[in-house]
Write a protein that binds this ligand. Structure first.
Ligand code: S5P
Length: 260
């Protein structure tokens, strides 16, 4: 079990990536380790959620390709909200191809992801070329990359060798890779940020095998730094009130971890 007792502010000093430093500082100053997974399908819903919940979160995670009425105006509006409320935008694109292809997917196409997303993620499966391809676009824009080290879904094919190899790959690009999507912290190195999806106030499952842990368990037992919450918040009757509950649980767990 790897659990960091250091504060986010302390860990910011160790970051080689400017965006990782920025995220740690933002969490420390805003006092939130909650990321919202804003998995909605209309531009208006996405902007409404970002504006309403922006004050509670450190990261807004998007799936831009599920938006049915996408226009570039949407991403401009999101950037304005990111500035207004001070959160980072993480496009959960899960790149998984050779370097040359992901470079185009990141930079161009319909979405021009690199122009508006502070952070993107990728599978390590294809090998280091995927990071090289993304870094060619992202480095000059001061963007950050998260590698998927472990998934939350039942029956995934990732084992501990895969996780360790993902960590080794990340170590070669520590100025660009900021951390991991993972259920468990992978390394004692303080600069890696561990972001954990599959979080709800109660342990639960969905009908597709999504597995949930509580904020307390993710942070105190599994060494997570950022809890990523989607349906737990966006399907609630009062998403703002619910986001505040997750924020409190997440922050309290982090403070307890630092005190221990
Ligand atoms: O292993 C993973 C990785 C990710 S990024 N498991 C996940 O669930 N995710 C994403 O987190 C998923 O794509 C979704 O956007 C979010 C979880 O949403 P929730 O509604 O289950 O909280």
């Amino acid at each position: 079990m790897i659990i960091s007792r250091n504060t986010y502010a302390e860990r910011a000093h160790y970051c080689l990536s400017p965006i990782a430093k920025n995220l740690f500082q933002l969490m420390d100053e805003k006092k939130t380790n909650l990321a919202l997974s804003a998995d909605v399908t209309s531009a208006q819903q996405l902007l409404k959620l970002a504006d309403l919940l922006g004050p509670e979160i450190c990261v807004l995670k998007t799936h831009i390709d599920i938006i049915e009425d996408f226009t570039p105006e949407l991403t401009q509006q999101l950037r304005k909200l990111a500035l207004k409320h001070r959160f980072l935008i993480f496009e959960d694109r899960k790149f998984a191809d050779i370097g040359n292809t992901v470079k185009h997917q990141y930079e161009g196409g319909m979405y021009h992801i690199a122009d508006w997303a502070d952070i993107v993620n990728a599978h390590s499966l294809p090998g280091p070329g995927i990071i090289k391809g993304l870094a060619e676009v992202g480095r000059k824009k001061n963007r950050g990359l998260i590698l998927l080290a472990e998934m939350s879904s039942a029956g995934h094919l990732i084992n501990s060798d895969y996780m360790q190899s993902t960590l080794k790959m990340a170590e070669q690009f520590a100025d660009f890779v900021i951390g991991f999507i993972t259920q468990h912290a992978l390394s004692k190195d303080p600069h890696w940020i561990n972001l954990t999806p599959g979080v709800k106030l109660e342990d639960d499952q969905d009908k597709f095998g999504q597995q949930y842990v509580t904020p307390m368990k993710a942070i105190m037992e599994h060494g997570s730094d950022v809890i990523i919450v989607g349906r737990g918040i966006i399907k609630a009757n009062d998403p703002l009130e619910e986001a505040q509950k997750y924020r409190e649980k997440g922050w309290e767990s982090y403070l307890q971890r630092c005190r221990k």
